[in-house]
Design a protein around this ligand. Structure first.
Ligand code: MGD
Ligand code: MGD
Ligand code: MO
Length: 760
């Protein structure tokens, strides 16, 4: 049996320096601090009351559900931060760009750039003065349209970052196809694409099978590789209620994340005043990075052993009727040696057996997961390992059970639903032909990794980004930074300035847009947009705030004007009519996807949104075999790394004070870290074994088996409870270490966890 590593890992240490629970007054203070830094405008706090409410606007932070019966304040610390940041009084207008050249700004850090506030005017890059200068919308659209007509559409990429509503996203995909390409990467390609492809392969759905009510019926939750306290704090309410009902929560995570340990409900005055938080996870498996396939297999191995010894554990009727591949998989699991499962996972056999026993006793089990699962070379196999375990007892397709990925951007799932995809086979091609008389391209387009490959090879010629900060978010950031500006055309539809904007192509444009909380007036009527959450529920969202500048346009307007300036006239592509009334766009979405969007206009404002359905929830399996598929993984180790002397597995994570590449501040409160972001968390035993000391600054170098040099300097060592050989630091600062070639084998999602590095 592998020895218990907990002592060596430092599990007796407090979680860094923070001893308060998640939620509670700490989060109120965190928000107040952001309101100050963001210089949010008067009334911003008032506006928050409409967040995530029926007839309100939907938070632009994460994709968690907006319940039908919301709390008085149905927002969390980080959702409030996102809104306060959007509603800043700071403005980044033409005067700012007169004072600073682009080369100068390219050295500013992300936080300082974003702090300049909202972009206010359309801007054109002027190479002679190396500055962005004010331009008119007409000039911008005409010049971008002319440039796109000159370029080969197959060499142009339309990226989308996951926030734009269903209306703008649907039209953006249509625009790309009418223009002649499917190069439509979105942030999902770096995020839950592993789910879109890997979950689809095994149970025939590209999205989760659970809905919010399942939290009321489960008696066990297996929570893998997701940080709820920072990244989806509103999940903590249903988790807390589930715990209070007696539901067991098993957390599988290399870090002891505070949100999985305890939670004080800020909506509950009793808990706030007495300061007695609810304990969340009753078992915490501090797995090694990439150890999930091994640990989930170990749990399943014990479930099989219980069945062999006492019987009555497996759901035989379900397995016979609904599953394929069971026998081969069982043979493989039975043969998998315990010592290997322990070595790869870092979890003892006894711990895996304990969870297996609990699982065998539980009636309804949910599997929840995030980036700790998807961002691995064998991420799809890790999802399949969770599904294997769930299938054993029929835990998919009944109340309180299922597989539930926690999605990232607030509408990232919805963008895929309405046609943002590089895969022509996922597009309702006939509908597009019929509705618009266009011929959608049938050759596959570029996903994010393929776009970056094309960029590095000098093939990518044009880039239009509907939000995002792509040059910062991708792997091999340094190599990408060097070549990004070689593209003849770069266009960004954005709300605030970021680093990617400061790598202008020959012709480069910044087009400022409204945020979701702002009023979108077209033809004198206030327009709604719609979004889809992690549970496949779709909601209307309407902004009421006065826009940050009278020059801003909505994303729908910008997409339509770009399309009209690029494409040959086609009376069935009525871009200017669509801008005038978004209900017309929704009727096109309904006509294109009638099963999911019937009665769209009537249903979008119902409290709790409307459900677009999921076949796997009904136990209809749209897989190759027509059944749910058991999977033997390619490797027990999700990183696919061999153990090597001095080799560390780096996970790149979010702090509690950022939204992806938007850095609100330097505090990672829930991990007890403050002051800077250039750091690595490391187990005290590793620090000692390496002869290092806390707060020392070191460099990391890449250790991938290509010959490309990768390095990040100046990283402060922070002692932290982590399994040995596993270290953690922040995204996007550490992205230069992430090799483009390491990605999930099925979906090409970059392996942002389990990056091979050495200490330099
Ligand atoms: N406030 C805030 N909210 C956000 C975001 C934000 O930046 N800020 N980003 C949004 C987006 S786009 C997304 S995708 C989500 C991301 O939300 P998460 O999925 O929580 O993403 P990460 O911050 O990358 O954290 C990954 C978690 O996985 C764990 N982990 C790392 N490697 C492994 C492993 O090998 N195995 C296991 N079991 N665990 C591992 C880490 O310790 C960490 O707890 O959040 C969304 N919500
Ligand atoms: N190493 C490492 N890399 C990662 C990850 C990781 O965990 N580790 N995570 C990956 C994941 S999960 C994701 S989702 C990606 C994120 O990658 P992106 O989605 O590309 O990045 P964001 O930081 O979310 O983009 C922020 C920018 O979007 C613009 N913006 C903000 N709001 C709006 C809006 O309402 N409309 C428009 N048009 N623009 C807006 C602003 O200009 C802002 O600067 O990063 C990925 N990269
Ligand atoms: Mo994401």
């Amino acid at each position: 049996m592998a020895k218990d590593l907990s002592e060596e890992n430092g599990t007796d240490m407090p979680v860094a320096g923070y001893d308060g629970p998640v939620g509670g007054w700490g989060s109120a203070k965190g928000m107040a601090k952001v309101a100050r830094t963001a210089r949010s405008s008067p009334g911003a706090l008032e506006t928050l009351k409409r967040q995530n409410k029926p007839a309100g606007y939907m938070c632009s932070s994460c994709a968690w559900a907006k319940p039908p019966n919301p709390h008085v304040a149905e927002f969390c610390e980080n959702g409030a931060k996102a809104t306060l940041w959007d509603l800043t009084t700071a403005r980044c207008g033409p005067e700012f760009f007169r004072d600073h050249t682009v080369s100068e700004l390219a050295d500013w850090d992300a936080h300082d750039l974003e702090r300049q506030g909202r972009l206010t005017h359309p801007l054109r890059y002027d190479a002679a003065s190396d500055r962005y200068v004010e331009t008119s919308w007409d000039e911008a659209f005409a010049a971008i349209g002319a440039e796109l007509r000159r370029l080969d559409p197959k060499k142009v990429t339309f990226y989308v970052s996951g926030k734009a509503g269903l209306e703008a996203s649907y039209l953006y995909g249509l625009y790309a196809r009418a223009y002649g390409h499917s190069n439509l990467p979105d942030s999902s390609n770096m995020c839950h694409e592993t789910t879109s492809v890997g979950l689809k392969k095994v149970i025939g759905t590209s999205v989760g099978t659970c809905v919010l009510e399942d939290f009321e019926h489960c008696d066990m939750i297996i929570h893998v590789g997701q940080n709820p306290g920072s990244n989806s704090p509103r999940i903590l309410h249903p988790l807390q209620k589930a715990v209070e009902r007696g539901c067991h929560i098993v957390a599988i995570n290399p870090l002891r994340e505070k949100g999985l340990l305890e939670f004080a409900n800020p909506q509950n005055p009793w808990q706030m005043s007495l300061g007695a938080p609810t304990e969340i996870a009753d078992r915490y498996l501090q797995v090694r990075t990439g150890g999930d396939i091994a640990v989930l297999t170990g749990i399943a191995k014990h479930v099989l052993a219980l069945e062999d010894n006492q019987g009555g554990v497996l759901d035989h009727a379900f397995l016979a009727e609904h599953c394929s591949g069971l026998d081969d998989w069982m043979d493989w699991v039975r043969a998998a040696p315990w010592d290997r499962l322990e070595a790869v996972s870092g979890i003892t056999r006894a711990e895996m057996e304990g969870v297996g026993t609990l699982y065998a006793r539980s009636k309804a089990v949910m599997g929840i997961y995030g980036m700790g699962v998807t961002q691995h070379v064998h991420g799809s196999d890790a999802i399949a390992a969770l599904v294997n375990l769930l299938l054993l007892r029929g835990n998919i397709g009944r109340p309180g059970a299922g597989c539930s990925p926690v999605r990232g951007h607030s509408n990232v799932q919805g963008q895929r639903t309405v046609g943002i995809t590089e895969k022509p086979k996922l597009v309702p091609n006939d509908k597009l032909r019929e509705l618009f008389g266009i011929e959608p391209p049938q050759d596959p387009g570029w996903n994010t990794v393929e776009f970056v490959e094309a960029l590095l090879a000098g093939e990518a010629q044009g880039y239009v980004g509907l939000g995002g900060n792509l040059a910062r978010a991708v792997p091999d950031q340094d190599r990408v930074t060097e070549v990004w500006g070689n593209m003849p055309l770069t266009v960004h539809v954005a709300t605030r300035l970021n680093r990617t904007h400061l790598m202008p192509g020959k012709s480069s444009w910044l087009l400022p847009c409204l945020v979701r909380a702002e009023e979108d007036l077209q033809n004198g009527t206030s327009q709604q947009v719609t979004i889809e959450d992690s549970f496949s529920h779709i909601y209307g969202s309407i902004g009421k705030r006065e826009p940050a500048s009278p020059h801003l346009k909505s994303e729908v307007d910008i997409v339509c004007r770009l399309a009209a300036a690029t494409l040959d006239p086609n009376p069935r592509l009525a871009w200017s009519d669509w801008v005038g009334d978004y209900a017309e766009i929704r009727s096109l979405i309904e006509a294109t996807y009638p099963d999911k969007f019937h009665d769209f206009e009537a249903r979008m404002n119902q409290p709790g949104g409307f459900y677009r359905g999921n076949p796997a929830r009904e136990r209809v399996w749209k897989t190759e075999t027509g059944k749910a598929q058991f999977t033997v993984p390619a490797d027990l180790d999700a990183t696919g790394l061999a153990e090597g002397d001095g080799l560390y597995r780096l996970m790149t994570l979010r702090s509690n004070d950022q939204f992806n590449t938007t850095i609100y501040g330097m505090s990672d409160r829930l991990r007890g870290i403050d002051g800077d972001r250039m750091l690595i968390m490391m187990s005290p035993a590793d620090i000692e074994a390496e002869g290092l000391h806390p707060d020392q600054r070191i460099a990391l170098t890449g250790a991938a088996d290509d010959d490309i040099p990768r390095r990040v300097d100046g990283l402060r060592i922070v002692p932290y409870q982590l399994p040995r050989g596993c270290i953690a630091g922040y995204f996007p600062e550490l992205n230069p270490l992430s090799p483009l070639s390491r990605h999930d084998l099925l979906s090409k999602t970059p392996a942002a966890k389990g990056i091979p590095v050495r200490l330099a």
